[in-house]
Design a protein around this ligand. Structure first.
Ligand code: ADP
Ligand code: MG
Length: 242
């Protein structure tokens, strides 16, 4: 019997730091091919959730499944399916763009990678700067290289933590194109952002995290930026009025 299950699933996921409860029995499901915009005020636990999903951090209790693998027990299998872009670039400044990608390819045990690196550098618009040191890169270029790094092992899932932060208009537009392409390629994307207009435009689904749980979950296509912004204000002001 074919089993219908979400690509990403958490069950009663709890994360606490000391006495502070960040995620409160969170049930979160994402189907293959969805593009989820994960919204919520600062401190609502968005980065915490992405770090848990990527296996960088361990749940206090509850379960996480990605592609049927369970975290943290099967972290290696999960990591093979995930590309993570955090707001810190996680690149080696004193290596060139190409050397950075070669380094991460070795970590993933990827072989015969030169052609793939060439294609990725082209996709993210860095062909001409492949042999420049990363420390000479603008924030936008570093962000694009981070995306190339995240795509290196051809992951099914992209987790992106505030990828637009610090980007100028042009760089943000390039990133729009990369994400639209990743979504069209069938990748499953979970992206945190404070840019509600962009979330409504790019994502297929919008979720609002507040008070340790998902307080809103709707198809993004049903909303424009202004409507999403109204829902957001309602939900997050409820949280602070408590
Ligand atoms: P967001 O990404 O939505 O802004 P975070 O997930 O970064 O929120 O943080 C959620 C809460 O957990 C915040 O109150 C933050 O201070 C706290 N927190 C996050 N990481 C740690 C940590 N490593 N140790 C202690 N507290 C943390
Ligand atoms: Mg964060």
């Amino acid at each position: 019997m074919a089993e219908k299950s979400a690509l990403i699933e958490t069950r009663a996921l709890v994360k606490t730091y000391d006495l502070m409860i960040v995620l409160r029995k969170l049930d979160f499901q994402v189907e293959r091919g969805e593009f989820v915009a994960l919204l919520g005020p600062n401190g609502s636990g968005k980065s915490t959730l992405l770090r848990l999903l990527s296996g960088l951090s361990k749940p206090t209790s509850g379960a996480i499944f990605i592609g049927g693998w369970e975290l943290p027990r099967e972290a290696a299998a999960v990591r093979a399916q995930i590309g993570m872009v955090s707001h810190r670039a996680l690149l080696y400044e004193n290596l060139t763009a190409r050397e950075n990608l070669q380094f991460f390819a070795q970590l993933y045990n990827l072989r015969e990678i030169d052609e793939r690196i060439r294609i990725l550098l082209e996709q993210v618009g860095l062909s001409k700067r492949g042999d420049s040191l990363v420390r000479t890169f603008s924030r936008g270029m570093q962000q694009r290289l981070s995306i190339a790094r995240a795509l290196l092992h051809d992951p099914a899932v992209l987790l992106m933590d505030e990828p637009y932060t610090g980007l100028d208009q042009d760089a943000a537009q390039v990133l729009d194109g990369l994400l639209t392409q990743a979504y069209a390629d069938g990748r499953t994307i979970v992206m945190t952002t404070h840019d509600l207009e962009r979330a409504a435009r790019l994502a297929s689904r919008a979720m609002i995290l507040s008070r340790g749980n998902i307080r809103y979950d709707a198809p993004a296509s049903a909303l424009d930026g202004r409507q999403l912004s109204e829902r957001y204000t309602e939900i997050t002001s409820l949280a602070t009025a408590r």
